[in-house]
Design a protein around this ligand. Structure first.
Ligand SMILES: [Zn+2]
Length: 271
């Protein structure tokens, strides 16, 4: 499942490739699951609009559109990749992959295609501003970050994964951030000191920025034709390392389950 750094990388890659291009026509498949807005509305919004830019919001990819219609100056096409969704920019003669749910013909002659075998991805359009909910972890200041956890009795790990609080922090990055901040995943959010939360915010930003930096070189894996997904990986310090020695103190890494998700931590470095 693509997490925030992957989605950021994909959005940047798309921005480089399709900004300024005009969508000439839209084909949508018959499967209903990927369409969060109606097919008619998606097609009517996208056709003849110009892609001003592409950006990430949480784990959504947002295409900012300039419409030709005189009434509404702008709109957004929002793509959530779900588990297995992919956006391809390709030449029209490229084979149409199985599980292709949308094909946008661009004025540049290329096509932008949405492919999703498992169909957890979602396509929608918005005419007013699009709000993903939660705060953006990479742009969060300390005070709003502290406010997220005030009085919250859930484990800090669950709070980090709560998309209504923070946008787009997934399981791996939550575990890695908690390790760097020295906080056990099961600690109740409300019992963590201001200083520790400040360290946690710094760790979340650091982990996400490192992963985004690593992703810069693999953009083509996501958005070019038929590349298999090749998600880059941060060097994990705890995630997926159950029983292996902690890289700091050599204590075996533990794995527990919190709210149905695997959580990895060092019982000595994290308190
Ligand atoms: Zn340790």
């Amino acid at each position: 499942m693509p997490e925030l750094p992957e989605v950021e990388t994909i959005a940047r890659g798309l921005a480089l490739r399709v900004s300024g291009d005009v969508i000439e026509s839209v084909w949508l498949g018959r499967k209903p699951e990927p369409l969060k807005s109606s097919a008619r509305e998606i097609a009517a919004t996208l056709e003849h609009s110009r892609i001003a830019t592409v950006r990430r919001m949480g784990k959504h990819i947002v295409f900012d559109l300039e419409l030709k219609l005189p009434k509404q100056a702008s709109a957004h096409w929002i793509v959530h990749l779900g588990m297995t969704g992919r956006l391809q920019v390709c030449e029209p003669q490229a084979d149409i992959l199985k599980h292709t749910h949308a094909i946008l013909k661009l004025a540049s002659g290329r096509e932008l295609r949405f492919v999703d075998p498992r169909r957890f991805g979602r396509l929608s359009v918005a005419h007013a501003g699009f709000e993903a909910g939660g705060i953006e972890p990479l742009e969060a200041d300390l005070d709003p970050f502290l406010a997220l956890f005030r009085g919250r009795k859930t484990p800090i790990k669950s709070a980090l994964l709560n998309q209504k609080l923070l946008r787009g922090v997934g399981n791996i990055y939550a575990d890695e951030s908690l390790f760097r901040a020295g906080i056990r995943p099961r600690r109740r959010a409300s019992t963590i000191s201001r200083d520790q939360l400040a360290r946690l915010l710094a760790s979340v930003k650091e982990v996400l920025r490192e992963a985004i930096a690593l992703g810069g070189s693999s953009i083509s894996d996501y958005v070019d034709a038929d590349g298999e997904e090749g998600f880059f990986q941060l060097q994990h310090r705890v995630y997926g390392r159950e029983g292996e020695p902690c890289l700091v103190c050599k204590t075996p890494i533990k794995r527990i389950v919190i709210a149905g998700r695997s959580s990895h931590y060092c019982p000595r470095c994290q308190k």
